[in-house]
Design a protein. Structure first.
Ligand code: IMP
Ligand code: MG
Length: 189
């Protein structure tokens, strides 16, 4: 099984810059349903405020909230940590803050990928200072062995090898967010 041999490889228009399918569209859909069911159970008596970290988690957030059978509320934050490169700088900048007051709320941060963990670590401290009742994380992807900050992640979709990936919200220079599966990126950033 080499690159592009997977049956669900349908992104012909991006093929020249993509390697292996790391997580297929079907696998993502199934896992998102499971995560939604688990969150539905865990938060049954306290529907959470879902905080989507833009832009990478937008795709995941949309499908995850469909799978949660509770009256959740949603909000969005935008942070910038990478610039145009593919490795983190460790410097996090808040580009868009929350609209909602999170004091005494059960907050669930919805993230696309935890790589070094620096972005999430910063976000947790930033939001934690506003006195939420609980503050937890649902990350679609966790890169194995890359964390520079130990993270407690309540929900993780998939653990993946420490390679740069694109698709299902994840970008390289803002491209390939619209792929429905997650692929390794083989082009030049
Ligand atoms: P961290 O601070 O190193 O954990 O990086 C987290 C952020 O970097 C994520 O929210 C993504 O926006 C971005 N990122 C990390 N790894 C990847 C990747 O493989 N592809 C695309 N974006 C990534
Ligand atoms: Mg990004």
């Amino acid at each position: 099984m080499g690159p592009h041999s997977s049956q669900d490889f349908t992104a012909h228009w991006a093929k020249h810059e993509l390697g292996e399918v790391v997580v297929s569209a079907k696998e993502i859909q199934a896992r998102v349903k499971e995560l939604g069911a688990q969150i539905t159970k865990d938060y049954a008596s306290n529907p959470p405020l879902l905080v989507c970290v833009l832009k990478g988690a937008a795709n995941f957030m949309t499908e995850l909230m469909h799978a949660i059978e509770l009256p959740v509320t949603i909000d969005f934050m935008a942070v910038s940590s990478y610039g145009a490169a593919t490795k983190t700088s460790g410097v996090v900048r808040i580009v868009k803050d929350l609209d909602a007051d999170i004091a005494n709320r059960d907050v669930l941060i919805v993230e696309d990928v935890v790589d070094s963990g620096l972005t999430l670590n910063y976000l947790r401290q930033y939001l934690g200072s506003r006195n939420p009742r609980s503050l937890d994380v649902c990350a679609l992807l966790l890169k194995e062995g890359e964390q520079r900050v130990e993270q407690e992640l309540k929900y993780v979709g998939f653990s993946i090898p420490p390679e740069f990936v694109v698709g299902y919200g994840l970008d390289v220079n803002e491209r390939y967010r619209n792929l429905d599966a997650i692929y390794t990126f083989t082009g030049t950033p």
